[in-house]
Design a protein around this ligand. Structure first.
Ligand SMILES: [Zn+2]
Length: 140
C-alpha cells in the first residue's frame, strides 16, 4: 500500500501556506493525512488542497506544558471543524490565550502555521496548524 500523502509532504505544504488533505471515494476528506480512510477503510485516496477555513468546535488553554516547553505558556489549542468536513487540532493565534471564553466556540478561523522546534518526545522540528480568527479581533 503506497502512502498518498506523507507527513513530510503535509508539513512542507503547511509551511508554504497550503493545507493538504486526502479525499476518499466514499466522500470523506481526511486531514491530517492518514494511510486509510477511517470511515470505510479504503486506501484509494486523492490528495486535495483544503481552504483552511473552519469554525472552532472546542478549545482549551494550556498553563502546564511538557518538559522544556514552559516558555511557550500559556497557549490555546483548538479543535477546528474545517469547512470540507474534517476536524483539525492546532494552536489559536492570539496574544491573550488566557482571555478566551466560550464566545470563541463557533468563530471562523483560517489556518496558517507555526513551527514546533522539536523536543525529546518528538522526531524534531515540524510545522503545526495555527488558527487565526477571521471576523473577530476581540482576542488580538
Ligand atoms: Zn472512505
Amino acid at each position: 500500500m503506497a502512502i498518498k500523502l506523507s507527513f513530510k509532504e503535509y508539513d512542507t505544504a503547511l509551511r508554504e501556506g497550503r493545507l493538504l488533505g486526502l479525499k476518499c471515494g466514499c466522500g470523506d476528506i481526511l486531514c491530517p493525512p492518514r494511510a486509510v480512510c477511517p470511515r470505510c477503510g479504503d486506501a484509494d485516496l486523492e490528495v486535495v488542497q483544503l481552504s483552511g477555513r473552519g469554525k472552532i468546535a472546542s478549545y482549551t488553554t494550556l498553563f502546564v506544558a511538557a518538559e522544556g516547553r514552559d516558555k511557550e505558556l500559556p497557549y490555546a489549542m483548538a479543535l477546528v471543524a474545517l469547512e470540507e468536513g474534517p476536524y483539525l487540532i492546532g494552536r489559536i493565534d492570539t496574544d491573550c490565550p488566557d482571555k478566551l471564553d466560550m464566545s470563541a466556540i463557533g468563530k471562523t478561523v483560517t489556518t496558517g502555521h507555526g513551527v514546533f522546534g522539536g523536543d525529546k518526545y518528538s522526531a524534531g522540528e515540524a510545522a503545526y496548524p495555527m488558527f487565526r480568527f477571521v471576523t473577530d479581533q476581540a482576542y488580538e
